[in-house]
Design a protein around this ligand. Structure first.
Ligand SMILES: C[S@@+](CC[C@H](N)C(=O)[O-])C[C@H]1O[C@@H](n2cnc3c(N)ncnc32)[C@H](O)[C@@H]1O
Length: 234
């Protein structure tokens, strides 16, 4: 089910649409998070009989795909996002078969399998991390690479965005921070070993995202037997 677009903040920003189109077309510099995300996924993308199926959950317009391609990382890319206008941009710009860009919610994933999952800059915008992470773990992925607002405690924020198109600035959304240990423990319950990796762009410093404090960090969740050696599992 696709959530009501009238209340979806991502459907009411001309600036976001323009930026995401430019990113997908490579008209602006590569986003730091796409670059680091591609590098964190790389150890799991090996020359195999078939390229691994990768789900980019909350893909926006799918500009992780050009970052993977640019590095020669061969995957079967699938982007999923619940904002139809961003999915349309991906279909127009990426040169992928249109069905590789899926319009829907992470929470509604059922019965689909993927080898790898990327969840970049998305988890914070939902009411809780558990349902989306459970659905992604259920895909059977051997690794999930997550960038989000992580810290020593969970802080729930339900606030206006303030930077939307005229007429929409009353809309509220979640801008949550998740307790790192709680998320890592939840993923451990699904059999993952979890390692925190510092964010190269922000290096532990706060970044204001539409005036809300974000502490970006990465969690790399790996099922046993996968390729990467874990140095400092949480
Ligand atoms: C900040 S953007 C991130 C886009 C891209 N991953 C990036 O790193 O720039 C968050 C995206 O997640 C999508 N999103 C948020 N919650 C979602 C959910 N539960 N299911 C599907 N898409 C979701 C929004 O539509 C939006 O495109």
């Amino acid at each position: 089910m696709i959530p009501d677009t009238e209340l979806n903040i991502w459907e009411h920003s001309q600036n976001v649409r323009q930026l995401y189109r430019q990113r997908s077309l490579g008209e602006v510099g590569e986003m730091d998070a796409s670059a680091q995300g591609a590098e964190l996924l790389a150890p799991f993308i090996t020359q195999a009989e078939r390229p691994p199926r990768l789900l980019d959950a909350g893909c926006g317009s799918g500009y992780l795909w050009p970052s993977l391609k640019k590095r020669g990382l061969k995957v079967e890319y699938h982007g999923l996002d619940y904002s139809p206008s961003l999915i349309d941009i991906g279909r127009e710009t990426l040169g992928l078969p249109p069905e590789r860009l899926i319009c829907g919610s992470i929470e509604d994933l059922r019965g689909q399998s993927f080898d790898l999952v990327a969840l970049i800059n998305t988890l914070s915008f939902g009411p809780d991390f558990r349902q989306p992470l459970a659905r992604l773990a259920d895909t059977g992925a051997r690794a999930i690479v997550i960038r989000d607002n992580f810290g020593p405690e969970t802080i729930r924020r339900w606030e206006t965005d303030g930077y939307l198109d005229p007429g929409y600035n009353h809309l509220k959304a979640y801008w949550n921070q998740w307790q790192t240990a709680e998320v890592a423990g939840f993923l451990a319950g699904y059999g993952f070993t979890v390692t925190e990796v510092p964010d190269r762009r922000t290096r532990g410093r706060v970044e204001m995202v539409v005036d809300k404090p974000y502490y970006w960090s990465w969690l790399v969740a790996v099922r046993p037997g996968s390729l990467m050696k874990m140095r400092n599992p949480l």
